[in-house]
Design a protein around this ligand. Structure first.
Ligand code: F6R
Length: 353
């Protein structure tokens, strides 16, 4: 039930702080210890020599973020793969691979095809999904829930942030991070709500930057590049504004020729190490006429940035950065008079290959 909301997507964006709290309560006990994760899952990750995250669409994008957690906290090389590619073009695997499937629905045919192949080859697997008792959760060796509640809008929002949170918790549980993750996630939930409560800002940004525009860009480096591809998918799939999301450093290798007078370029700037470089890339597109819309974190903000994100641990910033992108996509679509929840040509769950 949409309740007071005009669209499910807006309701689901709004629910993200609650989902963050629910996940924290589910996976941490009162003494900050991990609970509700089968020790055999931790054991399987620790004894693997490489992790393979396999997923499609938005879930794949959540994998691009999770890769950083598994690599930083467990020290395991982690590859992220698109299921439709992996299924028919399996890369050379390591000696002891462990597979992590990410899925909202648990029914995505491309991912099911990969899981079938993985099982046939005798490798271990875990599915992290929102719909439990789905094909992917039943057929993998292990399953962990996203606890995001039903996601009805075709554009995935709360499942993405839930996937990132569960990946963080799992990598933390299997690794040696010294982060007080439970405390950090509590901060994330508070700051998510701060952004959600300022949603009118993103309506203004969407209307001024995207009205009558046919194309747009999202750029960033590192974790911001991972969020940029998700941000671009959100915007293009519901508003039909053709949007490219990619690593900011790649602009100069070709794409910058697409920049015209007024082209909206959303720049995500939350990573200290590369902030200076991204500022330079913003200057280059601006010099070619782009309308740069900068979404930065507090510590890296400069006068003129369109929106300054509250601050949490830098590794967890994607959980905040994606929310403006979700809301910009929502309001741009609304502004075009389109059905936010049901974009043309798309189904919620893609059960064909
Ligand atoms: C985009 C979107 C899709 C799904 C993809 C995978 O907003 O929803 O890209 O993420 O079809 O679906 P699941 O996660 O159900 O496997």
């Amino acid at each position: 039930d949409k309740g007071v909301y005009p669209y499910y997507m807006l309701k689901e964006v709004d629910e993200q702080a609650i989902v963050a709290r629910t996940l924290s309560q589910h996976y941490f006990d009162d003494d900050n210890q991990i609970q509700n994760i089968d020790p055999a899952i931790i054991e399987a990750i620790q004894s693997a020599d490489r992790l393979y995250i396999v997923a499609a669409g938005t879930s794949y994008h959540a994998g691009l973020v999770g890769k950083r957690y598994f690599e930083q906290w467990t020290g395991k090389p982690t590859e992220v793969h698109i299921s439709s590619e992996f299924a028919y073009d399996q890369p050379l695997l390591s000696d002891k691979p462990f597979f992590i499937f990410l899925s909202q629905s648990g029914e995505t045919a491309d991912s099911r095809e990969v899981l079938d192949n993985v099982i046939k080859q005798g490798f271990g697997s875990l599915t992290i999904a929102n719909v439990m008792n789905s094909t992917l959760t039943r057929e993998a060796d292990f399953a962990l829930p996203l606890l995001a509640g039903p996601e009805i809008a075709v554009a995935s929002t709360k499942a993405y942030t839930a996937q990132i949170i569960v990946e963080a918790i799992l990598a933390h549980a299997a690794g040696n991070s010294t982060l007080d993750l439970k405390h950090e996630l509590a901060k994330v939930a508070v700051e998510m709500q701060v952004i959600i409560d300022q949603k009118e800002v993103f309506k203004t940004i969407a209307e001024s930057a995207l009205r009558d525009r046919r194309s747009a860009f999202y750029i960033g480096r590192g974790l911001d590049a991972a969020v940029a591809v998700e941000a671009a998918l959100k915007l293009k799939e519901i508003s039909y504004v053709q949007t490219e999301g990619f690593a900011a450093g790649e602009l100069k290798h070709g794409t910058i020729s697409l920049i015209e007078e007024g082209t909206p370029v959303f720049a995500l700037l939350t990573q200290t190490k590369t902030a200076g470089l991204v500022r330079g890339e913003i200057a280059q597109v601006t010099a070619r006429g782009a309308n740069a819309v900068i979404i930065s974190s507090k510590a890296l903000a400069k006068a003129g940035d369109a929106y300054v994100l509250p601050e949490v641990n830098e590794l967890l910033m994607p959980l905040l950065t994606v929310i403006p992108a979700q809301l910009i996509a929502y309001y741009a679509t609304l502004d075009r008079g389109l059905d936010v929840d049901r974009p043309r040509n798309l189904a919620k769950s893609v059960t064909v290959q």
